[in-house]
Write a protein that binds this ligand. Structure first.
Ligand SMILES: [Zn+2]
Length: 262
């Protein structure tokens, strides 16, 4: 790990040992897994430290709110992550905070747990793009200049981001949700390969898992956070990058079953 490498997100040369954890370390704070890391320029590293906390909390806040309403969360690791973050979840309220999804919910939805609101509406999309870029760099071992991360397409499912601190009107919300469901069933029909994980000590799969579809000119990465939020990123890439993604997924199929301490 010496000399010049290129940044996982912008391709600019990186000197030294600046690295980015993919996904960010804060997501796995109460666990003892290994991490996937990639070289990062100062900008795409420092940029993220506050964002990482905001985004992770934006996902944990709705889960905490569900638990508060007595909704069962089935996966013990997810409960552990929420409990660990719980004392801090309201301390970042200027950037991510609890908010209702609907301004005036109908009577049947009065008891709906609050979701979260992020002051920078594009921040979650950018955050997921960066995690995607990190995984792609990890598979390829270099930056692919064919990829334009700023032009990649992001779909966020299951995170009912409040559109404003006051929430959405019911009719607008229903329109958004039904469009999303059509899209989701199209994505479901793609054939998905299991994504790889940190090695040898993998990420707790209920905290983070991903899958990928690799086609002739593009790929889609499907991230699942906290066994609850399904986010997809579609991007065009060079054929060699697409081949590396396929190979990495195949590699994982082989190594994941091997003993961890040879
Ligand atoms: Zn960079």
């Amino acid at each position: 790990m010496t000399g010049w490498k290129s940044c996982y997100y912008c391709g600019k040369p990186v000197r030294g040992r600046n690295k980015e954890h993919v996904p960010p370390r804060i997501m796995f704070a109460p666990f003892s897994n290994d991490s996937i890391t990639v070289p990062s320029c100062k900008r795409h590293n420092q940029d993220r430290s506050t964002d990482d906390q905001t985004m992770v909390y934006a996902l944990l806040i709705p889960l905490r709110n569900m638990m508060a309403k007595g909704r069962q969360i089935e996966k013990p690791d997810v409960v552990k992550a929420v409990d660990y973050a719980r004392p801090n979840l309201d301390q970042v309220r200027r950037r991510a905070f609890s908010a209702s999804f609907l301004t005036t919910p109908p009577r049947s939805l009065k008891d709906m747990p609050e979701t979260s609101y992020v002051t920078n509406q594009r921040a979650m999309e950018d955050w997921v793009r960066k995690i995607t870029a990190g995984l792609v760099y990890h598979a390829v071992g270099d930056y692919d200049r064919v990829i334009s991360w700023d032009r990649s397409i992001v779909w966020l499912f299951d995170w009912l981001a409040s559109a404003s601190s006051a929430g959405l009107k019911f009719r607008d919300a229903m329109w958004i949700l039904s469009n999303k469901e059509d899209l989701r069933s199209e994505l479901d029909r793609l054939s998905w390969l299991e994504g790889w994980s940190a090695y040898p000590n993998a990420y707790p799969e209920d905290i983070y898992s991903f899958w990928l579809t690799v086609r002739t000119r593009d790929a889609v990465i499907w991230h699942r956070f906290y066994n609850s939020f399904n986010f997809y990123v579609q991007f065009s890439a060079s054929s060699s990058t697409l081949a590396s993604l396929r190979e990495k997924a195949e590699w994982w199929q082989v190594v994941k079953t091997q003993p961890k301490n040879p």
